[in-house]
Design a protein around this ligand. Structure first.
Ligand code: AMP
Ligand code: MG
Length: 398
């Protein structure tokens, strides 16, 4: 058995970054991975402007509440005024350009104006309520780095620079093959002995969230030649083939044989629970990841092992999720002695508790969980112990 760390690094090492980068409109860029650094093309804000509705004043040395300012102009957002001289003020609105000569902006709540003469009710500091040119971004600075997945906040920054198009990595084309003669697609009635093909939907949703485009999504019965045919078709259309089920040691497990006949396969026993059988190889020239069939095992091996690989193919800078400490609010007295266990847990006021039974077929505890906690092989856990945890929300998103 290999450790999960070994498996993840072997997967990452073998990952070739998708090369055919493309330019997309900013409105399409959210969720995509930047293919090149973006340098700031301009200062943001481009000019000093008011942070308040109020008055821009040009205050003489040592001014106070008795100082009278002459209101000489009115500047709304989008307008530029004329320079202020000492003792003058401009009515000004949020976002409007600060006129030359302004020492500070006084919010309107602190201003008393009559007959175009302004008195301030409280003295404020020089420079107050002025948003300085380039205080957010200076022209020429590296604004965003290649390998970043663009979020709404990054899109906002790019828009503030007037950027219209961004260079991004393509989506990873995934062929998803679920195997098993017992599987029935949703919407069909179940006969005795059959189950719904839930992994198909779980995996399509996960890989879709991770920056993949599912270009082929098919179910195949446990049959060698049908599996070979399907793999051959998948290899032509996909950047990555993901299979589910049929990789363990039973005689109805045909994925390994089928892959070996078309390419090569490294099949591993991963020392993790849930999990264990996992395969990696290639069909013709297309890489293949073979996930286990048990619903929780396939879900968690996808999240923990396939996700970093997908991120590497997408050229992402950060491949691994963030791990953090949590306090156990449960006891785990009979650990697996050989395998690391990932327990599905939910937050409580004093840490995390088990989100339900931890069997490898029990999806309810995945659906109810907030975080996965890691328990080492042979590690007994008592309430109050510190454990390493990872957010399922993070694992399920790009
Ligand atoms: P396998 O790895 O093919 O031996 O499958 C292990 C277990 O997972 C069996 O109980 C299968 O019925 C179940 N299973 C396999 N594939 C799926 C699937 N796509 N959806 C739901 N359960 C599955
Ligand atoms: Mg099977």
């Amino acid at each position: 058995m290999k450790s999960i760390e070994t498996i993840i690094s072997e997967l990452i090492e073998s990952a070739h970054v998708l090369e055919n980068v493309a330019s997309v409109a900013l409105s399409e860029a959210s969720g995509r991975v930047l293919a090149a650094d973006v340098l700031a093309q301009m200062n943001v804000p481009p000019f000093d402007n008011s942070a308040m509705d109020g008055y821009a004043i040009s205050a003489p040395e040592g001014f106070d509440e008795t100082t009278a300012f002459r209101v000489v102009q009115r500047i709304s957002a989008g307008e530029t005024g004329v320079p202020l001289s000492r003792g003058e003020a401009a009515r000004i609105f949020t976002g409007a350009a600060i006129p030359h000569g302004t020492t500070q902006v006084v919010m309107q709540e602190l201003c008393v104006v009559s007959d175009n003469v302004l008195h301030v009710r409280a003295v404020c500091a020089s420079g107050e309520f002025i948003r300085r040119r380039a205080e957010d971004v200076a022209a020429g600075a590296t604004l965003l780095k290649a390998g970043l997945r663009l979020t709404a906040a990054h899109v906002a920054l790019l828009a503030s620079m007037g950027v219209e198009q961004v260079l991004v990595r393509p989506l990873l084309k995934v062929a998803l093959l679920t195997t098993g003669s017992e599987l029935v697609d949703v919407g069909q009635p179940l006969a005795e002995g059959q189950i719904y093909n839930s992994n198909r939907y779980a995996l399509a949703a996960l890989f879709g969230q991770w920056g993949c485009e599912v270009v082929l999504d098919e179910q195949v019965v446990d049959d060698l030649s049908l599996t070979i045919d399907l793999l051959r078709r998948a290899a032509v259309v996909a950047d990555l083939i993901v299979t589910c089920g049929g990789v363990s040691v039973g005689e109805e497990d045909y994925v390994k044989q089928a892959v070996t006949s078309l390419g090569e396969l490294h099949s591993w026993q991963v020392a993790m629970k849930p999990g264990k059988p996992l395969a990696f190889g290639q069909v013709l020239a297309t890489p293949l990841i073979g996930l286990p069939g048990n619903p929780v095992s396939s879900f968690l091996t996808a999240c923990l092992c396939a996700r970093p690989y997908v991120r590497a193919r997408l050229g992402m800078a950060r491949l691994l999720p963030r791990w953090f400490d949590v306090l156990a609010d449960f006891d785990w007295l009979k650990p697996d002695v050989k395998r690391v266990e990932f327990l599905r847990t939910t937050y409580t006021d004093s840490g995390v508790q088990l989100a339900g039974t931890q069997g490898s077929g029990v999806m309810t505890s995945v659906a109810n969980a907030d975080v996965l906690v890691r328990v080492e092989a042979g590690q007994v856990v008592h309430g109050g112990d510190v454990l390493r945890a990872v957010s399922l929300t993070e694992l399920m998103s790009l």
